[in-house]
Design a protein around this ligand. Structure first.
Ligand SMILES: *Cc1c(COP(=O)(O)O)cnc(C)c1O
Length: 253
């Protein structure tokens, strides 16, 4: 996949329009008739270029690492943009997320839910969350095993400042589209099954799945949020293994 670096507002408008067009085409092919939200992922991108992306129309930004996200939130405090933390979070950093994030997509334990809720209550804030599910059965991937999610959803309403919106996954890192599609399909069928017995206050409408290399496949499988970095901002210098243990060095899925 060739990604074009954008380094002015027009460049971002071009990349965003191209991604939106591909999203619309994939949504038209999807049998699920869903609306698809584009979450631009700005990790590793410096603030000057993030300002260009915002000027080109980005109103939400996703970041994998909470300290990087927090730093950018502070530096870009004059911009009208909301922040989504999409990567694994250690409990001792729950306070940072509670301070600024509008959304957290990698909830994967009740201990983390407890830590977030405590910090959010103290700050008088609430947070939209996605429960991360490991759909590839890889040791290296974060997220709950599919069979753990039902029990988790029964317990999570205790943490009243968290609003569960849906499920999130990363597909297997593979060139094999059928395996990638299998991960996305597993998240959708899990969601459909869980929906039949979901506690009050827990929403499962959202499926966050798909990135630059595989968002069209994810949309065909029912994604309602796609997290897209490189197709908007250009190729990253750092290998994916910096963000996901075991990801190797490729663009991945
Ligand atoms: C970086 C990242 C993405 C976006 O990946 P791209 O290849 O840049 O589109 C999506 N989800 C998560 C969790 C990420 O860390």
């Amino acid at each position: 996949m060739d990604y074009r670096t954008a380094d002015d507002v027009a460049g971002f408008q071009r990349n965003l329009a191209a991604v939106q067009e591909r999203i619309a085409a994939a949504a038209a092919r999807s049998p699920y008739g869903q609306q698809v939200r584009l979450l631009p992922v700005s990790k590793t991108v410096p603030e000057e270029r993030i300002r260009q992306a915002i000027a080109a129309g980005c109103t939400e930004l996703g970041e994998n690492k909470v300290q990087e996200a927090h730093r950018k939130w502070q530096a870009l405090g004059d911009e009208d943009v909301s922040w989504s933390v999409i990567g694994h979070l250690q409990r001792n950093k729950a306070k940072l997320v509670a301070e600024f994030a509008a959304e957290f997509q990698a909830l994967d334990s009740l201990r983390l839910a407890e830590a977030l809720d405590r910090r959010l209550q103290a700050a008088g804030r609430s947070l939209d969350v996605f429960v991360q599910v490991n759909t590839s059965a890889e040791e290296s991937k974060y997220g709950l095993a599919p069979e753990e999610v039902a029990g988790f959803l029964q317990a999570v309403p205790d943490y009243t400042s968290l609003r569960v919106r849906g499920l999130m996954t990363l597909a297997v890192f593979s060139e094999d589209t059928a395996r990638v599609r299998g991960c996305f399909g597993r998240l959708r069928t899990l969601r459909d099954r869980l929906r039949q017995d979901v506690p009050d206050g827990v929403g499962l409408d959202e499926l966050s799945m798909g990135m630059s290399g595989d968002f069209e496949t994810a949309i065909e499988e029912g994604a309602t949020t796609v997290r897209v970095g490189q197709a908007i901002f250009g190729p990253r210098g750092l290998p994916d293994s910096h963000y996901w243990p075991g990801a190797g060095t490729g663009a991945g899925g």
